[in-house]
Every structure is written in structure tokens, then in C-alpha cells.
Ligand binder design. Sequence first.
Ligand SMILES: [Zn+2]
Length: 385
Amino acid sequence: MPIPPLKEQFAALVAAPSVSCTQPGWDQSNRPVIELLAAWLGELGFACETPQVAPGKFNLLASYGSGPGGLVLAGHSDTVPFDAALWASDPLKLREADDRWYGLGSCDMKGFFALVIEAVRPLLQQPFRRPLLILATCDEESSMSGARALAAAGQPLGRAAVIGEPTGLRPVRLHKGIMMERIDILGQSGHSSNPAYGHSALEAMHGVLGELMALRGQWQGEYHNPLFDVPQPTLNFGCIHGGDNPNRICGQCALEFDLRPLPGMDPQQLRAIIRQRLQPLAERHQVKIELAPLFPAVPPFEQAADSELVRLAERLTGHRAEAVAFATEAPYLQQLGCETLVLGPGDIACAHQPDEYLQLECIEPTLQMLRRLIEHYCLQPAARP
Ligand SMILES: [Zn+2]
């Protein structure tokens, strides 16, 4: 299968549907994208593995060269759901206008893979001293199950990993984690005329809210990182549901909240601390209190400022590595021993939005940067920071 020119690759990737979503009605297989990439990369001499992570969901690991070390260029093959009515044109059909390529996944981030292929093609005549791995994951936009499966498998991927999420070609070495949790309180309902007839879940929830706000204050005192726009960890009460009648003791109450820990805070530990603080409330109110994640936490991410990859990326881009307000698969690649950085073309502001686009002016700088990274990690005799 001959590899089409860059724009046609872009168009084919945009046209291959790969929505991932926690709502089953929206969720799609990412197989079409994985098959396209595996065919093109196979044609270039890459060895391709496409492990199935869940029914219809695949990762792609395409490697060129072998041995330890090397570079990982990574991204996700899925997109968010879309509302075609809000787009100026068909979201699955690449459209060029205003020096931009419009299409779903053009910027976040199927287009990145076409740029990686374009960057690597002219380098393949040279001997690769260390391997290049191109990694495309599934379900980044929903459960991150693709990256989680890789982390769980524990197979080392390379010395350095660059995730090409849209950062406007600025290196990103920190982001917060994301935890979305639910607290269920089960009390006992009864006639409101006598408090002894029941155990109010709502009154227990009042205590829970107080404890969580106290914890939030404590954590915001303990943790502070000026590299973030919002320099403290945050905890947001998103929704609460409980009770049914003013004249009935409330038997059930549920709260959902979002907690964004800073690097250095461990989601498992935070959950254990919350549980510990809620236990006395359960006893005092004689209710059952359960805390459970709505989905597995994304850990916070920090790559050391003085690591080789950060220094190299700062030199190549002319920008100091910074922090962002969105989460990525970076912590999972880091768990596999890669120095990891988020660095890719495009503007995150247009990701997850109608009329998502990639500016054509960022294509050439992206290709140059990717080639420098490949040269440094795969072609040069010794890796020098
Ligand atoms: Zn993305």
C-alpha cells in the first residue's frame, strides 16, 4: 500500500471515525485509524503490533530499529464526540481554508501521526542506532485504557517519549491529575415528626461537605506550585442528590466531586485520607458512607526541569517548559521509565470544539523539531543533553 502525500494522510485519518466516549451510544472502535497507520508504517519498514485493549479498541506500537533506549513519539488515535450541526463543514472531511486544515482530530490529535510519518521518511536511509517507536493509543478521551494497559504491561518503551498533544509547540512538563469521585451515604428514612425514626443521610452529608472543605483548605496550604495558573490543588463539588420530601428523614444522599491534585500528591493516598476523615462521621450519624472513583484517576505529571529531554526540547523550541491545565497520558509513559514531555502543534483551545483545525504554518516547524528529536535519540552516536 503506497503512502499517500501528507495532506491525503491527514484527510484519511480525519475520515476514519474513532470517537471514544463513556456513553456507549457515542463510543466507536478505533480500528480504522490503527489499520491505516499500521499499513503506512509497515510500508516504511516499521514492525507493527496492534494489541487489543478492549473489544474493538487497539493500541499501535510501531518500531523501527531495535535495542535499548531510543525515542517514543506518542499520541492518541481517538477523538471526542462531535455535533456535526455546529461545524461549518463535515467534521470527517478535511477542508482547507484560511491557511488551516479543518477536521475532527486535525489538531487533537490524529494529524500528529501524519506529521510524524512525514518527518521520519527522509531519515530512514540512515542507520538507526537506537529504536524509534511510534505509539498510538486508544480511548485517551474517555478512560485512558490504552495507556493504562501499556503501563500495566510494564514493557519499557524507550529513553524519551514525546506526546504530540496540541501545545502550540511549547514543551509541557507538568500537569495536574484528575480525580472524579462519588460519595454515597445510606441512612435510614422515617417520619419527620421524630428524629429517632431514622438516620438522616442529608445531615451526614452536611458533615461530609465540611470535612472535604477542611481537607481542601489543608491541601491548599500544603501544596502550591507557581508554575500553574491555578497554583493550588482544587476540589469542586459538582452535584448532589438526596432525599425526596420535607416530611421524610432523608435516607440516601450522593455527592460527586472533582479533585485536581498537584504533582507530588498521590491519588490513592488522597482517597485513603478522605476515607479516614469520613469514618467518624459515619459512626456519629449511624449511616453508611462509601467513596468510589467515577473512573480511575489520572495521576499528576511532572518531568524534572533538568532532564535531558526537557533541556533538549527547550533548546529546539526556544521556550521554557511549562505547565498546562489539561491531563494527558504522560504519567503512564513515565511509569514505563521514559523521560516524558508533551509537545505538539496546534492550539488546545480549538480541540474538542466545532471547526477544529491545524494551522498550516506550524507544519514545517513541527517536522523540523521531530527530525531533531529523532536525530538526537536514534541516529547520533551518543545521547548528549
Ligand atoms: Zn488529545
